[in-house]
Write a protein that binds this ligand. Structure first.
Ligand SMILES: Cc1ncc(COP(=O)(O)O)c(C=O)c1O
Length: 384
């Protein structure tokens, strides 16, 4: 167990760039990529034996290992390519159970692609999508809970809650939000795209109906590795987005085969978890959290901006208002992103949210304090 200061060489990231966006797509360690390649070769050496005999066993054993890490029974875990697919499986499975006049509840911090999926479900079913505004900057969890609770009506039947928000990078109090939903008989899907690896999970006790999370963001898995956990009582109604041979033959059977594909990323979870634990596990989480707070401090001080959320709402990402004049439009966010990359080789997302532009930094073990200093001082002389 060690947190290695020369760790960057264990990743494929280019030299000479300031890479502050682990959050969007993660970055796979070389060791995990090598393990993935082995599974690809295993498929190629005897494809029929692999697909019929080896893959089913490997998938279930990978799910069991993942389950031990996220506090879940492996039989309740299905692999999906990404959180979008996990969300789609649940939301599309819900469509036949929604009726005209029902309300689907989410918040203004929802990920854009998830919002579109919910709009699709609303369009198909006649239900209404209700997006409750949650303020940002924010000071307390109670602001989130009371906004959310206040938006529930007798028509709310389904809620989709972020665990860690994309545009603002804050951790939502999902235990309390789920409890509110359950007390009103509302089905809950948690979008935990950023959570695995960033916060400790115990899905058995959380109380959600569904939880989807990415392993390719903060758990060091290769791209295309995510999971959908489904409460046993919801499994019969939950189907993958691609219906295949095993339709209606059981939750894991339906999800474990949705057509020929590259399964290697799913099978690499044990290798990714080995890397994660070897580099600290809980200590890695503390170190990344501390680095995110330090980075936010460096940047907010240089830009003379307040901290928009308390420390305990931050995980490995932090958002600071960009020190530029703007109306907070999408085009302005794209322009500022491109300016930072094209002129300074700084890769960092610029998020338009609530009429302002926000810069969301990530902290992963290969990042150093110096990189945040570069971003903090990039506006000093240059102007835009
Ligand atoms: C909150 C949230 N949900 C869903 C997604 C989609 O993840 P993916 O691209 O892996 O499907 C993201 C991606 O960043 C996200 O931040």
């Amino acid at each position: 167990m060690s947190i290695n200061s020369n760790i960057r060489s264990e990743f494929y990231l280019e030299e000479g760039i300031t890479f502050l966006n682990h959050g969007s797509f993660g970055a796979v360690p070389r060791a995990v990529r090598v393990a993935q390649e082995e599974f690809r070769l295993q498929f190629e050496r005897q494809p029929i034996r692999f697909a019929l005999r080896e893959l089913p066993v490997l998938l279930r054993s990978s799910a069991t290992v993942l389950g031990e890490f996220i506090g879940a029974n492996g039989e309740d875990i299905a692999f999906v390519e990404n959180a979008s697919t996990g969300v789609n499986a649940v939301v599309r499975s819900m469509i036949p159970h929604l009726k005209s006049g029902d309300e689907i509840l989410t918040t203004s911090h929802v990920y854009g692609a998830v919002r579109q999926t919910l709009l699709y479900a609303a369009e198909c079913s006649g239900a209404k999508l209700v997006e409750v505004p949650v303020p940002f900057p924010i000071e307390t969890n109670d602001q989130i809970i009371s906004a959310f609770e206040g938006a529930i009506t007798n028509c709310t039947t389904f809620a989709v809650i972020d665990h860690i928000t994309s545009p603002t990078g804050i951790i939502f109090p999902i235990e309390q939000l789920i409890a509110v939903c359950k007390s009103r008989g509302i089905a809950v899907l948690v979008d935990g795209a950023h959570a695995p690896g960033m916060v400790e999970l115990n899905l058995e006790t959380l109380g959600a109906d569904w939880y989807t999370g990415n392993c390719h963001k903060w758990l060091f898995a290769p791209k295309g590795c995510a999971f959908l956990w489904t409460h046993p009582e919801r499994q019969a109604m939950t189907h993958p987005t691609v219906i295949s041979h095993k339709y209606l033959m059981g939750y894991t059977d339906e999800f474990d085969w949705t057509g020929t594909q590259d399964f290697s990323a799913f099978l690499t979870v044990p290798a990714a978890l080995d890397f994660y634990q070897h580099h600290g596990g809980a200590d890695l989480r503390s170190a990344n959290h501390a680095l995110a707070l330090e980075a936010r401090n460096i940047i907010a001080t240089a830009w003379n901006k307040p901290h928009p959320a308390p420390d305990d709402m931050i995980g490995f990402m932090a958002t600071i208002e960009a020190p530029v004049e703007s109306m907070g439009t999408l085009q302005e966010s794209l322009d500022l992103h491109d300016w930072l990359w094209d002129n300074h080789k700084i890769e960092v997302p610029v998020m338009p949210f609530d009429g302002k532009l926000w810069i969301r930094i990530s902290a992963q073990i290969y990042n150093t304090r110096d990189e945040y200093e570069i971003l903090a001082h990039v506006f000093d002389k240059n102007g835009l």
